[in-house]
Design a protein around this ligand. Structure first.
Ligand SMILES: C=CC1=C(C)c2cc3[nH]c(cc4nc(cc5[nH]c(cc1n2)c(C)c5CCC(=O)O)C(CCC(=O)O)=C4C)c(C)c3C=C
Ligand SMILES: [Fe+2]
Ligand SMILES: [Fe+2]
Length: 322
């Protein structure tokens, strides 16, 4: 029997056309591991239908500003291929998304057809929370149990302190700092912006905050710049969210008279709506409004060779330990 090995990268997924925005949002708001709408589960789908319908107009406009669709699938496919070619031995790359194509069941069907019998499943969220990594891994496990129970797989679901990842992130920050005029560089405020979570995820014990903090500390040991802080972006509902909010921190930096700001997206490993729209458009407008004239963002990791080599190292170490 053949013993083909697959590498499956998990991520959120994003709409691939304007028409996909509403069903993408419906899938997202239907996920009770991400968001618990009122009604104890019974009303989750009707509420998801309603919210996705009303939210889609606004979200579609945001996607329109970045070219009409999410680049997340392309980046994740490039990452999967780039990691697979750097592994020892032959490994077939796949991607499985939580809320848009390719869904886990589509990917599992392809793996089965390709004769893949073993796989390493790698969550592309560096920091663990049940809302993202947890939901994606559970979804993959459920679908695999239904559709391809013979598949043997193991999961890598957190890697916030992997040295090669920290090195790659530090390199992006140095690139970001290099975009400022030499005379300004020492004064640059670095703002690490992680995706916010409702505070209740932290209170119930998700390690997300601890892991984000550890990543930032590991990176700053490598970069050695005196001015940095962490904030949380993209709140989206009427609950208590992690603090401080990125918007409030940008405002405060402006009020304090700082005029050089480097944004570093920290919980995402590729470009998508929250780097390309939120950080590059919305927060940039806000920074200018509060007097920060020099606003830059560190490039995302995307398919950077150093990042892919680091991730291949992570997968190789995992395979050696099996
Ligand atoms: C580490 C990454 C992410 C965390 C943590 C996260 C938590 C989280 N998100 C929502 C609600 C929405 N997220 C949306 C889009 C979106 N979120 C992430 C990542 C994290 N989310 C990504 C990569 C994307 C974009 C996909 C793409 O563009 O390719 C959206 C849809 C967009 C919008 O409506 O603004 C919602 C809604 C919650 C409630 C949450 C924590 C529980
Ligand atoms: Fe999100
Ligand atoms: Fe978000």
């Amino acid at each position: 029997m053949s013993d083909k090995l697959g590498l499956v990268l998990l991520n959120m997924g994003g709409p691939d056309s304007p028409a996909a925005v509403e069903p993408f949002l419906y899938n997202l708001f239907s996920d009770r591991e991400l968001i618990r709408l009122p009604g104890g589960g019974l009303l989750q789908k009707p509420f998801a239908k309603l919210i996705s319908h009303f939210r889609s107009r606004h979200v579609r406009l945001n996607y329109q500003d970045i070219g009409g669709s999410s680049p997340l699938r392309d980046w994740t496919e490039k990452q999967a291929a780039g990691i697979a070619v750097r592994l020892s031995g032959e490994v077939i790359p796949y991607v499985a998304m939580r809320y848009w194509h390719p869904f886990a069941d589509e990917t599992l069907a392809r793996m089965k057809a390709d004769g893949v019998t073993r796989a390493v499943v790698l969550s592309m969220y560096p920091h663990y929370t049940g809302a993202t990594s947890g939901s994606s891994v559970n979804d993959f496990r459920r679908r695999a149990a239904q559709l391809y129970p013979e598949l043997t797989f193991s999961v890598i679901e957190q890697w916030y302190d992997w040295p090669g990842y920290l090195d790659a992130l530090a390199a992006r920050i140095r690139e970001g700092l290099a975009q400022f005029h030499e005379l300004l560089r020492d004064e640059v405020r670095i703002l690490f912006s992680a995706h916010a979570l409702p505070q209740k995820f932290i209170d119930r014990g998700d390690p997300y905050l601890r892991q984000v903090t550890a990543t930032v500390e590991g990176v700053m040991q490598r970069v050695a710049h005196p001015h940095w802080t962490i904030a949380f972006q993209s709140r989206s509902g009427p609950v208590r969210w992690m603090e401080p909010d990125t918007v409030d921190v940008i405002r405060k930096l402006g009020e304090e008279g700082h005029n050089a700001l480097l944004m570093v997206p920290i919980s995402f490993v590729s470009d998508h709506i929250e780097t390309l729209h939120e950080i590059d458009i919305q927060y940039r407008d806000l920074a200018f409004e509060v007097g920060i004239q020099n606003y830059r963002r560190a490039p995302s990791l995307n398919d950077g060779a150093d990042f892919l080599a680091a991730m291949a190292g992570l997968v190789n170490r995992h395979l050696e330990g099996l």
